[in-house]
Design a binder for this molecule. Structure first.
Ligand code: NAD
Length: 475
């Protein structure tokens, strides 16, 4: 299991010997000690990526495609090994971890297929005097910063398109989950990625290390996935060198259930939208708005399903809910629930921390949630489902859109025309219509408002790592 920095194709400790202790959130025991990169290491990684840049950009797209395809095969072959690593450092269940490995590997397969489709355009200028030729060129050295909640997929969702486009990268994974990112660095090398093209730099000093890299004019792109708060700080830092920025930030997904929906199916969909990754997903349903006529019945069905989930160590195949990633996350969830209950909500199941080892928080359903409760306005990032009744389509859309976030919304209805009408009116980058999962490597993932800038996945995902070059031609 790699535990050192990966720079210029070599594994090495941090320049000042610093380490990060990585712990299993279920046992609170250290599972590894990982090198923690310094500012000097960050700049070395930029140097390695910068040196490797011209060679990689000049590689035939077909060759880049075949390397990415080999990386897909290697990740897929090693699903069990990688899934176990994700469970150990993140805490999610084995089923979720296996699902993540499959999703993560798909980014390598999808972008192996996109690498050979770097299309430009040619058109006649409106004046008729010349031609407008537009090429897509790799943007250059990219700094990729990823969160802990999908340690594999958030890395491959950036590395896949960057490599396909001909860019070189420095990946800074979250300090909670550096092991999966380092393992992916190893897999890419085995797949044939040349030294310096992918560098992996865990660091507990994220602020100064990332800032130093963004201040370096050799860096041309920052692609960040994480909280809106850190995204804002990075955007203001990026202003200094006007570095191109893609941001995948927080969410506060509304989940609308109309009275004409198949309620049993809506609960199945709700369980996927809420409980994938134990609720630690930017796409997690954060607020359930249910049409008044079916609100009690929906709450009762959801309570039964949530209350029946078995909580424990993610490596146990029978377990449906693991711990939260750390004590801070668990305490934040507990505080949100306590504040909401103090405002008059009732916990239909769960609602308080169960003692013992591990950062566990039980599956919780909150009924009678008053307007303005913090659990409705903030990202919960845990296994908590607040339910609020609404009256009619107009109110449902207004409640759903009343947030500074705009990542994803969910709609359950038996009337497809209504579903599409509501989907169009929702101010979010993505909508799950009678479906609890939207993530797909072939689709443009991303948000409106303060949920982000840009898209990952699909053809758009690769364009984020290119610059347009316009050539005015007379021929
Ligand atoms: P975070 O913002 O705390 O950290 C994300 C990454 O940024 C980590 O690598 C962290 O080390 C680094 N970081 C922290 N402070 C930094 C700084 N000052 N400068 C530079 N880098 C810094 O987020 P998190 O807690 O790891 O992840 C949870 C958040 O991520 C949630 O808000 C969630 O919604 C969001 N998220 C969004 C998406 C999406 O696609 N929109 C996907 C997954 C997670």
């Amino acid at each position: 299991m790699p535990v050192e920095l990966f720079i210029g194709g070599a594994w090495r400790p941090a320049s000042d010997g610093a380490r990060i202790s990585v712990a299993d959130p279920a046992t609170e025991q250290e599972i590894a000690s990982v090198a923690s990169g310094s500012v000097a290491d960050g700049l070395d990684a930029v140097t390695a990526a910068h040196r490797a840049g011209p060679g990689w950009a000049a590689t035939a797209p077909r060759e880049r495609a075949e390397i990415l395809r080999r990386a897909f095969d290697l990740m897929t072959e090693r699903t069990d090994e990688l899934a176990a690593l994700i469970v150990l450092e993140n805490g999610k269940t084995l089923a979720d971890a296996r699902g993540e490995v499959a999703y993560a590997a798909e980014f390598f397969r999808w972008y192996s297929e996109e690498a050979v489709r770097s299309l430009g355009t040619v058109q006649t200028a409106p004046s008729g005097t010349n031609r407008i030729l537009v090429l897509r060129q790799p943007i250059g050295v990219c700094v990729l910063v990823t969160p802990w909640n999908f340690p594999a997929a958030m890395a491959t969702r950036k590395i896949g398109p960057a490599l396909a486009a001909g860019c070189t990268v420095v990946l800074k994974p979250a300090s909670e989950t550096p092991l999966t990112a380092l393992a992916i660095g190893g897999i890419l090398t085995e797949a044939g990625v040349p030294a310096g093209v992918v560098n992996v730099l865990p660091s507990a000093r994220s602020g100064p290390v990332v800032r130093a890299m963004l201040d370096d004019p050799r860096v041309r792109k920052v692609s960040f996935t994480g909280s809106t708060e850190v995204g804002r700080a990075l955007l203001s830092g990026a202003a200094k060198t006007v570095v191109s920025s893609s941001m995948e930030l927080g969410g506060n997904a509304p989940f609308l259930v109309f009275a004409d929906a198949d309620l049993e199916a809506a609960v199945d969909i709700a369980m996927v939208a809420k409980m994938r990754n134990g609720g630690e997903a930017c796409t997690a349903a954060n607020r359930f708005y249910v049409e008044r006529a079916v609100a009690d019945e929906f709450t009762a069905l959801l309570t039964t399903r949530m209350g029946g989930l078995r909580m424990g160590h993610g490596l146990d195949e029978e377990v449906a809910l693991g711990p939260l990633v750390n004590a801070e996350s668990r305490d934040k969830v507990a505080a949100l629930v306590a504040q909401t209950v103090a405002m008059g909500a009732t916990a239909a199941t769960g609602g308080s921390i169960v003692g013992g080892t591990g950062h566990f928080y039980p599956p919780t359903v909150l009924a009678d949630v008053p307007p303005g409760a913090p659990v409705l306005t903030q990202e919960i990032f845990g296994p908590v489902a607040p339910v609020v009744a609404f009256d009619g389509e107009t109110e449902a859309v207004a409640l759903a859109n009343d947030t500074e976030y705009g990542l994803v919304s969910y709609v359950c209805t038996g009337d497809l025309a209504k579903g599409l009408r509501v989907a169009e009116a929702l101010d979010s980058g993505m909508v799950g219509l009678n479906r609890g999962i939207v993530s797909d490597p072939a689709a443009p993932f991303g948000g409106t408002k303060q949920s982000g800038i840009g898209r990952e996945g699909g053809h758009e995902g690769m364009l984020e790592f290119t610059e347009s070059k316009y050539i005015a031609v007379e021929w």
